[in-house]
Design a protein around this ligand. Structure first.
Ligand SMILES: Nc1ncnc2c1ncn2[C@@H]1O[C@H](COP(=O)(O)OP(=O)(O)OP(=O)(O)O)[C@@H](O)[C@H]1O
Length: 510
């Protein structure tokens, strides 16, 4: 007897104008399995899953649910077929509670019994170990809690097939572990789960099978137990690739940026940086490590002139001139002095890029979230756009194609590429490779190294300790807004840095 798959894609094709996002894809998904969907940026992963969740409808082919052809024309149809997707951008109403968000739109006409809803939410939460408070308002929640609400929302609607699009991109390692434990419980309960992720160690840790897409085509699927990250990378890219970070010794390093006693407070008066001091040298990569929210964002924003500074100084030393104080300067003056910040925020299109404009338009515009001004780059924006497109292999039909319609990873490449193209003397980047496929991540690491070789002081805020230890020359470790220490990245160990991330100095009580 033929096995009935939870989901079966048969020759699915989806085009956007001239772009063939999915090209005749055949893929199956079974109950009680976690399938990792892998592919380079723009390879068509999200598009394929959007057809399962009713956001797009295939141009050709059919989708079988439980062995029967299903016409999934809306998210409502998807739910009716037991399919739910957790997107990268959460769609929750801030002023509503968890339970209100979960039940939203479900009880049209009927009476909404709050107690009953809360009880059902609680039951789902207990069954899978979510630990959710049904009465908590969304605006009081962390990113991880919001994601939990999205997952419970999907389960509440009776989903047996769950799709998670890069769910760990914004989670800490601990939150990721918690999510994975929940996914394993759901799998044991017979759910079919698809997870889209670029992190190969996560693929190895959580999935049973891996399906690979390349340029819109289905390349194949392998059992996770029978593969490894290198083989998966080769499959994704289509040829053997070396995952290697070149780290030349700094040549003639000299102080570029000297930060002393930097203290900043947030809108509520909470100290986000507390007496931070360090020197960033031209010709080196200074890594910044820390648990999420340890002051990384505030540090870069302070240097860029975007964050109000309570105390301290930030001195910048250009070539052939004495140090100049940056505190008190506008973001534009700081930018003109040569300090570029490639900041890759959680909402890629919220800051720094204008979604409706193409790459060319975005090369000219550098508008900041706080609305402190718009920068106009004097270089030919079209040439810059073409250069970025070519060097970072941005998948876009043209440099005038609205960036909003590029795949998530490609949006990020535009953002990072633009900063690099502006020839800075200090280049700051935070989470530069978030959402980028492994091959592109290495492209970015190499671009950072190229900048370092040109004498640029590169400040690299990263999440992956292995990468920080391989890429950087020195690593500054932040803990709760304070400097825990600075280590030599060539000799430091992961354990040492990990300890410093949780305790100032890393040695207290040890
Ligand atoms: N609404 C749309 N209009 C036009 N083109 C689109 C649209 N959505 C996706 N595309 C294109 O289809 C291709 C596949 O994109 P998709 O988002 O599915 O890739 P992905 O594998 O999920 O990428 P990433 O890893 O970067 O998120 C890309 O070339 C993208 O630009």
């Amino acid at each position: 007897m033929e096995t009935v798959h939870a989901i079966e894609f048969r020759h699915i094709t989806k085009r956007f104008g001239k772009v063939v996002a999915n090209d005749g894809i055949d893929l199956t998904l079974d109950r009680g399995e976690i399938l990792a969907l892998l592919g380079e940026n723009g390879s068509g992963k999200t598009t394929l899953m959007n057809m399962l969740s009713g956001i797009y409808f295939p141009d050709e082919g059919e989708i079988l649910v439980g062995g029967k052809p299903a016409a999934i024309r809306s998210p409502k149809d998807a739910y009716a077929n037991g399919i739910g997707m957790i997107h990268q951008h959460y769609k929750l109403v801030d002023v509503f509670t968890a339970a209100e968000n979960i039940a939203l739109g479900l009880h049209d006409g009927g009476r909404l019994d709050r107690r009953e809803i809360a009880a059902r939410v609680q039951a789902i939460s207990d069954k899978y170990g979510f630990g959710i408070d049904p009465n908590k308002k969304v605006y009081d929640m962390s990113v991880s809690e919001k994601q939990t609400v999205e997952i419970v929302k999907v389960l509440y609607r009776g989903a047996d097939v769950l799709i998670l699009d890069e769910p760990t991109a914004v989670l800490t390692p601990q939150e990721t572990e918690r999510l994975f434990a929940i996914l394993r419980t759901m799998k044991a309960d017979g759910k079919a789960i698809v997870i889209i992720t670029h992190k190969l160690h996560e693929v190895m840790a959580i999935s049973d099978r891996v399906a690979v897409l390349r340029k819109g085509q289905y390349i194949g699927a392998v059992n996770t137990a029978e593969t490894d990250p290198q083989a998966l990378t080769d499959m994704m890219v289509g040829h053997a690739v070396t995952l290697n970070i070149d780290r030349p010794d700094p040549v003639d390093p000299k102080p570029r940026l000297t930060v002393e006693g930097l203290t900043v407070l947030d809108a509520e008066g909470v100290k986000k940086l507390d007496g931070v001091g360090f020197t960033a040298l031209g010709g080196e990569i200074l890594g910044i490590a820390g648990i999420a929210g340890s002051g990384q964002r505030e540090l870069l924003e302070s240097i860029a002139g975007l964050y109000p500074i309570a105390a301290g100084s930030i001195r910048y030393t250009p070539d052939g001139a004495g140090p100049q104080e940056l505190v008190g300067k506008t973001p534009m003056q700081i930018k003109q002095a040569g300090v570029a910040m490639a900041f890759v925020p959680e909402d890629r299109l919220g800051m720094g890029l204008v979604g409706g404009m193409g790459m060319t338009g975005n090369m000219m515009l550098r508008s900041w979230r706080r609305g402190k001004g718009v920068f106009v780059d004097r270089k030919d924006p079209n040439a810059l756009a073409l250069k970025v497109k070519e060097s970072l292999e941005v998948v876009t039909p043209s440099v005038d194609f609205p960036v909003r319609r590029l795949s998530g990873g490609n949006v990020q490449k535009v953002l990072v590429g633009r900063e690099i193209a502006s020839s800075p003397t200090v280049l700051m980047s935070a989470y530069a490779v978030r959402g980028l496929d492994i091959n592109t991540s290495y492209t970015i690491y190499n671009l950072m190294t190229e900048q370092k070789k040109k004498g640029v002081a590169v400040i690299f805020v990263g999440e992956d300790l292995d990468v920080l230890l391989e890429l950087c020359d020195r690593i500054l470790v932040l803990c709760g807004g304070k400097v825990s220490g600075v280590v030599d990245a060539r000799t430091a160990t992961k354990e040492q840095v990990g300890l410093m991330m949780t305790r100032v100095g890393g040695k207290e009580g040890a």
